[in-house]
Design a protein around this ligand. Structure first.
Ligand code: KG4
Ligand code: ZN
Length: 332
């Protein structure tokens, strides 16, 4: 079995996965949504402090499996430096105490592996990764080979939902709140412009759309619930249209060997996005793969799924060499 740890942002999670069968033996996650909600985004130092409490508490429940653990895997990039270090420190301690190898896992690769938890993987595929820190379209050939086809120039898809929710005082995380408000709203009331619509650039941009929302909120003065619902519906529609417009440009030139389209990441839980992508996949004759809703947002089960592949190839990391690599991640 492999014990995997995830602490790249505001979820403390540990999983135990059986190497041969891919079976998830144990999985627990303690989220910090409530604690960060009043700040309208993740406060890194608070997140780190909560991980120091939550991770040992979860690990305590895994003790019974310690004799069967053959490796420990941990997210070491990208993420918030002060929270990544919590998981990495625990992984190093376990590696020494149990005398087992360490596997470093890139969080984004973990999200892609979330499609195949307790399942065989199928490749190649085109994957849309939409999370709080990233918006990317990738060609994925296997667990270790990826090509980025498009990425965001500024904010990510999920982050733009978080920021709109913050402007409207809806709390954190913004994605589910904006989606909920959008359901009752009139998506035609505000005519937001689709970003980069007349540009050939295969890229995403959400900062301009966020600003359009900001200006609209300012112009309305005091907002009624109906105003908020209409803003959410109009924003969500355009945010999704922007994704679809650029993805279509990619699909038009799709290599013959690609038969699968997939969506992963926390924001892939958005139902309107799922429905739009489902229609698009049909149009291009692609099979759509989505992660189970419970595995869309950050979790250690996806880190474990990637790690069992890395274990097969002995992609181990020396304890002295395992560093955290925060890179960019949003804090909303
Ligand atoms: O993958 P994830 O859990 O964490 C990162 O790796 O960033 O994604 C979290 C992001 C947040 O920005 C959250 O607002 C967004 O996913 N999200 C959504 C929805 N549920 C979560 N965005 C839009 N609609 C949703 N239903
Ligand atoms: Zn994530």
């Amino acid at each position: 079995m492999i014990l995997s740890i995830e602490s790249s942002c505001d979820d403390s999670s540990i999983a135990i996965t059986e190497i041969e069968t891919k079976k998830l033996i144990y999985h627990k996650k303690i989220s910090q949504d409530k604690e960060h909600s009043k700040y309208g985004g993740v406060v890194p130092e608070l997140a780190a402090r909560l991980h120091t409490k939550a991770l040992p508490k979860i690990l305590e429940e895994c003790k019974a499996y310690f004799n069967s653990i053959k490796a420990v895997a941990v997210t070491n990039e990208p993420g918030l430096s002060v929270t990544l270090i919590e998981g990495v420190t625990m992984a190093k301690a376990l590696s020494i105490a149990l005398d087992i190898p360490l596997i470093a896992v890139n969080h984004l690769k973990g999200h892609i592996a979330s499609l195949f938890i307790e399942q065989e993987a199928i490749f190649p595929m085109i994957t849309l990764l939409v999370s709080g820190g990233h918006t990317m379209v990738l060609r994925v050939d296997d667990f270790f080979h990826y090509e980025v086809l498009a990425t965001t120039l500024d904010d990510s898809f999920g982050e733009s939902f978080d920021k709109v929710a913050k402007m409207l005082g809806l709390g954190y995380p913004g994605g589910p709140k904006v989606e909920e408000y959008a359901k009752n709203g009139d998506s035609n009331r505000f005519d937001f412009t689709i970003p980069l619509y007349n540009s050939n650039r295969l890229a995403f941009s959400y900062s301009g759309l966020k600003n359009q929302v900001r200006v609209t909120i300012k112009s309305l003065g005091e907002l009624s619930k109906k105003d908020k619902e209409d803003i959410c519906a109009s924003f969500e529609k355009v945010a999704i249209k922007h994704l679809l417009h650029k993805i279509k440009n990619i699909l038009k030139k799709l290599p013959q060997d690609i038969k699968i389209f997939s969506i992963v990441g926390g924001a892939s839980a958005n139902m309107s996005l799922r429905e739009s992508i489902m229609a698009l996949s049909k149009e291009y004759n692609l099979e759509l793969r989505v992660a189970e809703l419970k595995y869309c947002s950050d979790n250690a089960a996806m880190i474990g799924r990637y790690a069992i592949e890395a274990y097969r190839y002995k992609y181990f990391c020396d304890i002295k060499d395992l560093q955290i690599n925060p890179k960019i991640i949003s804090k909303s």
